[in-house]
Design a protein around this ligand. Structure first.
Ligand code: NAD
Length: 245
């Protein structure tokens, strides 16, 4: 496979960082956006030091103007793009009764509006040769705990945006899929309790690399029969029926 040009949002930490590392390790040219300059620069330095091709762009993905600026910088280097992973998101949960309209709007802006902005810029660069777009949804698009309205609505929006885009962009051979992670521990995996693992049918909590491998699979041009799909990667949790006996 020839080297692909990849854009990953929210690449400075957590799942996004693992995505940047996995795609860079496959020999791809990875551009990544994040609003955390310090962490972004650090990852860029580490990966450049080990011979990978990566470029960090300080971008707040909830700002249309900043997203455009980020893609303008990429267009100076590359004419075409092969993969976009819309991963950036904020996991903010708060009381339904206390949430202000500003709280609601900021969660929707980062998690959902950003995907519209980034996807249109990226799709322009994919029109000639086709490409793969992956949107990070969540199992919270499908099921809920209390007081998660804005986050869940943003993720449900992402799942719908995904199938709509898959149809609109099909004529350009641009595939659009979403991944819905379950519980992915991005910080201290060793601090997890036995019950955290055992409640999963998989018998373990997820790791960022579980999501990175799913994205490598979906973005592989050989898998071009998959589009408009939402791939749930949750150790089986959404398939588990819970009744007290
Ligand atoms: P994280 O907080 O560890 O990382 C998110 C990254 O996005 C950070 O680097 C952060 O700086 C960046 N970011 C946040 N707001 C931004 C903005 N406005 N502009 C640019 N960058 C911004 O989160 P994570 O757990 O790695 O989650 C990544 C994605 O996966 C999110 O969309 C999240 O909703 C989704 N997800 C995570 C889990 C989980 O269990 N970790 C489960 C389901 C879905």
């Amino acid at each position: 496979m020839t080297k692909r040009n990849v854009v990953i949002t929210g690449g400075a930490k957590g799942i996004g960082k693992s995505l940047v590392e996995h795609f860079a390790s496959m020999g791809e040219f990875v551009h990544f956006f994040d609003n955390d300059r310090e962490s972004g620069k650090e990852i860029e330095k580490q990966l450049l030091g080990s011979g990978h091709e990566v470029e960090f762009h300080e971008v707040d993905v909830s700002s249309h103007a900043e997203v455009k600026k980020g893609f303008d910088a990429i267009r100076k280097k590359h004419d075409a793009l092969d993969v976009l992973i819309n991963n950036a998101g904020i996991s903010k949960f708060m009381s339904f009764w206390e949430m202000s309209p500003g709280d609601w709007n900021s969660i929707i802006a980062v998690n959902l509006n950003s995907m519209f902005y980034c996807t249109r810029e990226a799709a322009e660069m994919m029109k000639e040769e086709g490409g793969s777009i992956i949107n990070m949804a969540s199992t919270r698009a499908l099921m809920s705990e209390a007081n998660t309205e804005a986050y869940s609505a943003s993720k449900g929006g992402i799942a719908s945006l995904t199938h709509s885009l898959a149809i609109t962009l099909a004529e350009y051979r641009i595939r659009v899929n979403s991944v819905s992670p379950g519980w992915i521990e991005t910080e201290d995996y060793d601090s997890l309790r036995k019950v955290d693992h055992s409640q999963h049918p998989s018998q373990r909590v997820g790791k960022p690399e579980d999501i990175a491998r799913a994205c490598l699979f979906l973005s592989d041009p050989q898998n071009d029969f998959i589009t408009g799909e939402n791939l749930v990667v949750d150790g089986g949790m959404t398939r588990k029926m819970i009744y007290e006996h």
